[in-house]
Design a protein around this ligand. Structure first.
Ligand code: PMV
Length: 300
């Protein structure tokens, strides 16, 4: 059985596409993959009704095809079955975890030691099918888990972060996830139209990431929460929030969350709220009212 972590983006999404740092947490749940047959290349995710061959036209089939092409020595007509432990399309890094777990299952079956850079590059080839300019953050979190500061590059700069006390998070899906490629493209266009203002917004997000990181290391949860809330406002300025995401962040804070923001590509999808013992149950109840998935996670 091969495993890859889901992730929660704590701060820095979108800015990370443009070279700024981001702070992400790998989840203990993710995707599990296993080779179950050798008489034809297929990718099966029974829980999601997916059963494709690399020749099919769907995005998941194309991503599988790109992954196989990037790992020719591991490819021998294998059928890989994947068990999702996180929802898809919710900003929890399911597509990156799918690619990393599948690559690991193929390599394990072929008896290959897959170096980190090969695994990362193969998973990135698959992700480019979903959106043209991925930062790679989801893949780093899928591979390594834990809390990390990430800056894209060749190779990326990944620094593990140790929290003075675990961060207690509530993630709630408030709307169906929007298309990541479209959201990333929208920010790039706004940056082109308004380079000084949007560049400064990206720099402000970078400053929040590093301020929050220092606060995580110091156990100053109030500052982490405040940085998340301000980061949400700046994401709205980039054009990636929505009335439903804004409302969910507001109700999380009204219920006692230390901070809340959209997480992932935005336009829909999930918010993440930082809570403490006193506020956790009230925040979960407030967010459950919108009817979508709500999960709790402790990271760090
Ligand atoms: O929605 P997700 O989990 O795919 O996260 C997207 C994060 C972005 O920063 C918007 C894009 C990226 O490639 O980092």
């Amino acid at each position: 059985m091969a495993f890859a972590h889901g992730k929660i983006l704590l701060l820095g999404e979108h800015a990370v596409v443009h070279g700024r740092p981001a702070l992400a947490a790998g989840l203990s749940r993710g995707m599990t993959a296993e080779v179950v047959g050798v008489d034809g290349a297929r990718l099966q995710i029974p829980a999601w009704g997916v059963d494709v061959s690399p020749e099919d036209e769907s995005a998941v089939a194309q991503a599988f095809s790109a992954l196989l092409a990037a790992l020719p020595e591991a490819f021998g007509g294998m059928t890989v079955r994947v068990e999702p432990g996180i929802p898809g399309g919710a900003g929890l890094g399911s597509s990156a975890a799918l690619a990393v777990a599948t690559a690991r299952a193929l390599a394990d079956h072929a008896g290959l030691e897959l170096a980190d850079d090969r695994l990362f590059d193969a998973a990135m080839a698959a992700e480019r099918v979903f959106h043209g300019n991925p930062s790679g953050l989801d893949h780093a979190a899928a591979m390594h888990g834990g809390l990390m500061r990430y800056v894209r590059g060749t190779p990326p700069t990944i620094v593990p972060v140790t929290a003075a006390q675990p961060l207690s998070l509530v993630v709630a899906q408030v709307a169906p996830g929007a298309d990541t490629g479209r959201m990333v493209g929208g920010v790039a266009e706004r940056l082109e139209r308004l380079p000084a203002a949007i560049g400064a917004t990206l720099d402000a997000i970078a400053a929040l990431v590093d301020r929050a990181l220092a606060a995580v290391e110091a156990g100053d949860l109030a500052t982490v929460g405040e940085a998340m809330t301000v980061n949400h406002g700046l994401l709205a300025a980039l054009g990636v929030s929505s009335p439903a995401l804004d409302a969910a962040c507001h109700s999380a804070r009204a219920a006692g969350a230390l901070g809340a923001k959209l997480t992932g590509a935005g336009g829909g999808g999930c918010i993440v709220a930082l809570v403490d013992e006193r506020s956790a149950d009230a925040v979960v109840s407030a967010l459950a009212e919108s009817g979508g998935m709500v999960l709790r996670a402790s990271v760090g």
